[in-house]
Write a protein that binds this ligand. Structure first.
Ligand code: IMP
Length: 424
């Protein structure tokens, strides 16, 4: 049984908790896109871990973890993350963590180019995580990237690194930035390569053989579908395919090998970084921030907040092919007298069921809301669907109808026990 877990909005939907829940039954956990721009907070065995690149199956003994070919790996960040996990008592070996030899490498210079490009955009900046993600994927499609396979032979690695550092430095200078120290860059990457070398292999046959022998794979999506470079709020997106299709191209497991696709959404919407957000609502943001919710896990920055956007979720459920939606953070709405769901967008005299492709049009859209009565009760102690207030049950049912995808589970708090099944 191979399952995909995909963020259906702009990331930070609480995928970590859903993934942790499903990891128990998985033999292998795979990351197939993005890089250390992701930040998964996972509470396992009573301890809190923040993971960026390493799949969360690492927190479980006996699980294989794979970083697939679609991921961009920053070698120094990965070595640091492995050290952080080892310090917390996590066992990491070349047997339980495999890195695809086709995954592309983020160099320190890519981070500097990312920052320089953002600066050059001025008021139009994307609001990237400055982890060098975009410039590394750009190298991939320009066919000038360095891949993990280049790490295997140190003499070869030194040659390709020196060449790329030189051209990347020319790019930095063109952007008006000082060149990076080539010796220091070379040293840092060569050192990290030495640590990572034993983990590098061709992961594609490993995953396909596992599928054939009945092993279960869990694909851990990073970011969210609206940050997908094809389907998201382009250009305010990340540079990978964060949607279901990206799990196949980013791992080498074919579409026929996928059994179940679970979308994760919040009961409302949040986003970090710039870009259109039709159902954004300042009062809801004040209310959620006042509860101490919706501050970035890594940066502590307040996230932008708004009501559930049915247009985005309907689109997301369609192009991802979600079998069901796992909703998180329902308890965040416990004290709201009324709750809005955006059912369509108004654009001039047009009513849109799906978002427009042009960002200039998306920015002009206004929300058409359906307003439902709140439940005004604490849901955090509810342990089953039957215990949820009637208005809350009605919200979940209506939510599923609007987005065209049933809600399969709902989270009413951060604890593992605070996830309830929703009948559908
Ligand atoms: P990049 O992925 O660093 O290039 O950033 C591009 C956009 O994606 C920015 O708006 C980021 O804030 C957003 N982004 C990237 N990773 C995440 C994530 O894990 N959660 C939420 N937003 C993200």
């Amino acid at each position: 049984m191979n399952t995909l877990v995909i963020g259906s909005q702009w990331g930070d939907e609480g995928k970590g908790k859903v993934i942790d829940f499903l990891t128990e039954d998985a033999d292998i956990v795979v990351r197939s896109q993005g890089g250390s721009n992701a930040g998964h907070t996972v509470i396992a065995h009573g301890k809190k871990y923040v993971l960026h690149l390493v799949p969360s199956g690492i927190l479980w003994p006996g699980k294989l973890n794979v970083i697939g070919n679609g991921v961009v790996i920053n070698p120094t960040s990965l070595v640091e993350e492995m050290a952080y996990l080892r310090n917390l008592g996590v066992d990491i070996t070349p047997q339980n963590l495999l890195l695809s030899d086709r995954a592309h490498v983020v160099l320190p210079i890519h981070k500097e180019i990312d920052a320089a490009q953002e600066e050059a955009l001025g008021d139009h900046k994307i609001g990237t995580t400055k982890q060098g993600i975009g410039p590394t994927y750009a190298d991939k499609v320009r066919r000038i990237g360095i891949r993990m396979a280049d790490f295997i032979d140190p003499a070869h690695l030194e040659i390709v690194l020196k060449a790329r550092i030189a051209t990347a430095n020319e790019e930095l200078v063109r952007l008006g930035h000082p060149a990076a120290d080539p010796q220091e860059t070379l040293r840092a990457v060569m050192e990290a390569a030495g640590e990572l070398r034993p983990h590098i292999t061709d992961t594609i046959p490993v995953l396909n053989r596992a599928t054939k022998t009945g092993k279960s794979i869990l694909f851990e999506g990073a970011q969210g579908a609206m940050l997908d470079v094809d389907f998201g709020t382009y250009p305010y997106v990340t540079s990978s395919n964060t949607s279901a299709g990206g799990c196949c191209t980013g791992s080498g497991v074919p579409p026929t090998g996928i059994d179940k696709i679970i979308g994760v959404c919040k009961a409302y919407t949040t986003r970090v970084g710039a870009g259109p957000f039709v159902s954004e609502d300042a009062d809801l943001a004040d209310y959620l921030h006042g509860l101490g919710r919706e501050f970035g896990a890594t940066t502590g920055r307040p996230r932008r907040c708004g009501w559930a956007d049915g247009v985005v979720l309907r689109f997301s459920a369609m192009f991802n092919g979600f079998d069901e939606m796992a909703m998180t953070n329902l308890d965040g709405l416990d004290a709201c007298e009324e709750i809005k769901i955006c059912t369509a967008y108004k654009l001039g005299d047009r009513t849109l069921e799906f978002p427009p492709a042009l960002i200039s049009e998306w920015e002009k859209c206004t929300p058409i809301y359906e307003i439902l009565p709140g439940w005004m009760q604490d849901t955090t102690k509810c342990t089953s669907w039957k215990q949820l207030p009637t208005n809350c049950q009605a919200y979940l049912k209506r939510f599923g109808e609007i987005i065209g995808c049933p809600i399969g589970s709902v989270g009413v708090g951060p604890d593992r026990s605070q996830t309830l099944s929703v009948p559908h």
